[in-house]
Ligand binder design. Sequence first.
Ligand code: AFD
Ligand code: MN
Ligand code: MN
Length: 424
Amino acid sequence: MQLEQYKIDELNHQHLAKHKRQFEFIAAEVTDLDKVLPKLAAFNIAIPSWALGTGGTRFGRFSAGGEPRSLEEKIEDVGVIHALNKSSNSISLHIPWDIPENATAIKTLAAQYGLHFDAVNSNTFQDQPDQKLSYKYGSLHHADQAVRKQAIEHNIEVIKYGVQLNSKALSVWLSDGSNFPGQLNFRKAFQNTLESLHQIYEALPADWKVWIEYKPFEPNFYSTTIGDWGQSYLLASKLGNKAATLVDLGHHLQGTNIEQIVSLLLMEGKLAGFHFNDSKYGDDDLTVGSINPYQLFLIFKELVEGMDARGMNHATDIGWMIDASHNVKDPIEDLLQSVQAIKIAYAQALLVDKKALEAAQNSNDVALAQEILQQAYRTDVRPLIAEASLQSGGALDPIGAYRKFSIREHLIKERGSKTVASGL
Ligand code: AFD
Ligand code: MN
Ligand code: MN
């Protein structure tokens, strides 16, 4: 379904007076509003094609109804999200969950919604029905060269799909690891992974990148071959400058200082992409900002500072994507909430008084440094986000608009209540 612009405008109009009051209140406090608003308007976060259906756990899956049945319908759903928030202008495909059979038609459809294609993701963590060799004991790190070859070829095929869609990066997440001590020779597993990645790297077009994601545990519970940022960084360094690390917020052990990792990867020019979600215990894939919004802000503070230090464009020089699962919420509402949470943290990070913070750091004024950070964090920046959305033609309140327009009800009517989208 195409959301008509006049409907969004009409709804915005009803809430305009209240919004203006709230916006003017905060606008008076922001020194470089003329720089902040365009940055917020330019900031987009990709939507993964596998996040438009209801997620599940190993205990079951409960459909929200009206889930997209095809890639075309997934694009339609991202189109709805983007029409409402003007901050989700791309979609990231997972192969073979979403194979673009006719790339030209798919690109044209996406363009109708103002969308393009973000990184393509390979999948060697599951066996497909027609697959010759099994990934039960891993893929790129496998002891058997024939399995490695099959996994390498799959990744190269994914690059080919991506080229047809004008994607510019291959995102690799391996579940390779071991479940028990003694199962694996760590050095050999790492070297096999490096060698396999090298062959994939060689197949990258000149303007492409490969993003290497890490994760400490699950589905393997003793070791993961790319288990942390050090291991990913080591691979990326050995491969060359087209390879860099992808940070998924849920892929850290409890208590890990993610903002420090982000800051150092950025300093080394090795932070490629970002998967947003939130977690309480592990890779929970919860809505961004639902559990620990302060941590998200601290991460953004490092992102902004580190990107500025390297003269990077906040909106385009890192791959931003949501990687979350929605077990009990409407996927579209959950994604809208996540994007809002990301933009809030980003806006707060833009408000940090950098000069004052630097002075406080240099004079070891610890209390003042904390005050400066929390001054920004405790600012209600929501009217800034709403204003940026309004100026771009989006809704002042995306979730409110989604509900007002009864979009899920329309989707259920059109697609049925028992549809199941591809993905995990
Ligand atoms: C995994 C990883 C990864 C992968 C996704 C698939 O975070 O990015 O592509 O889930 O659902 O946990
Ligand atoms: Mn991820
Ligand atoms: Mn994950």
